[in-house]
Design a binder for this molecule. Structure first.
Ligand code: C2E
Ligand code: CA
Ligand code: CA
Ligand code: CA
Length: 283
């Protein structure tokens, strides 16, 4: 198998297991994992941000932080190429810390420039939902002068499914800090409804796979409408992701969806471009 292959070729198989690396990674992936570990600690991760706006007022409410890896040889890498690797090889806590640090720091800078914006950060299914995360979040907010309510943590249903009891405890603690909680990719999992009842969430994000085709696919439109109605009845903010055109925005407004995010508003952009984008938009 891949691990044996690697061990044979490097003569260093035991070391692979010592580092806690996944035994099923190919040699290329093992090399990339080592580079990722190094890249995280040397500041190669860059946070891009994608704005979210109110569908009622058009106001920009905040941004979602989306990680990119500025690889020294391969250029800018998208999360799909390295998040799964990070998840399988125990690098998610470091990755999440790096993203949280950049995102919260930016939120603090924007705030001092007079913009009260939320910043949403993705937690992976493998994020350590534990005391350390809570302490990190608390100290980050203090250090950058950001009120807890300006930070929103996005969790997926799969992270909840992995360890529901533990997740509940940590999310309750984050909620007591005042941090916002959002369920990401809503509608793609299996147990959405029971989690909404138990977890202290204030927001659901409708997965872009439903939103992108909702004008052409009546079934997708029905799912979007159901999530909007459910969220509204539970007094949650409902964010539609993947809004790519004005017609979709209009239909979401008709349905009563509260917020939107998508290429129609803006594609993800480097953190440092966001203030210029906002200024240009607000004229
Ligand atoms: P996600 O959280 O569902 O993020 C939304 C993805 O949809 C982003 O892809 C974004 O660029 C893309 N998107 C936004 N608007 C549109 C649109 O109108 N049309 C289309 N077709 N796509 C749109 P991206 O940046 O490649 O991120 C992919 C996934 O990687 C994210 O999905 C999230 O699950 C994960 N990810 C990103 N950053 C982080 C991070 O810091 N930590 C963790 N754990 N996961 C992350
Ligand atoms: Ca997300
Ligand atoms: Ca999503
Ligand atoms: Ca997704």
């Amino acid at each position: 198998d891949a691990a044996m292959y690697y061990a044979k070729n490097s003569g260093n198989g035991l070391h692979v297991y010592d580092k806690g690396l996944d035994a099923n990674e190919t040699p290329e992936r093992l090399a990339l994992t080592a580079e990722l570990r190094q890249g995280i600690s040397t500041g190669q991760l860059e946070v891009y941000v994608q704005p979210q706006a109110s569908l009622r007022t058009g106001m920009v409410l905040g941004v979602e932080a989306l990680v990119r890896w500025r690889h020294p040889r391969h250029g800018l890498l998208f999360p799909d190429t390295f998040i799964p690797l990070a998840e399988r090889n125990g690098l998610i806590p470091q990755l999440t810390d790096a993203v949280l640090e950049q995102a919260v720091a930016a939120c603090g800078r924007w705030r001092r420039a007079g913009h009260r914006l939320t910043v949403s950060v993705n937690l992976s299914a493998r994020s350590n939902l534990n005391e350390t995360l809570i302490e990190n979040v608390q100290s980050l907010l203090n250090r950058h002068g950001v009120p807890a309510k300006s930070l929103i943590l996005e969790i997926t249903e799969s992270s909840v499914i992995r360890d529901p009891a533990r997740t509940q405890i940590v999310l309750d603690q984050l909620h007591s800090l005042g941090v916002g909680l959002s369920i990401d990719d809503f509608g793609t999992g299996y147990s959405s409804l029971s989690y909404l009842r138990q977890l202290p969430v204030q927001e659901v994000k409708i997965d872009k796979s439903f939103v992108m085709n909702m004008l052409a696919e009546p079934n997708d439109a029905a799912i979007v409408r159901s999530i909007v109605d459910l969220g509204t009845n539970l007094r949650l903010a409902v964010v539609a992701e993947g809004v790519e055109d004005a017609a979709t925005r209009a239909e979401l407004q008709r349905m009563g969806c509260s917020n939107m995010q998508g290429f129609f508003l803006a594609a993800p952009m480097p953190l440092d471009s966001f203030m210029d984008w906002l200024a240009a938009r607000e004229g």
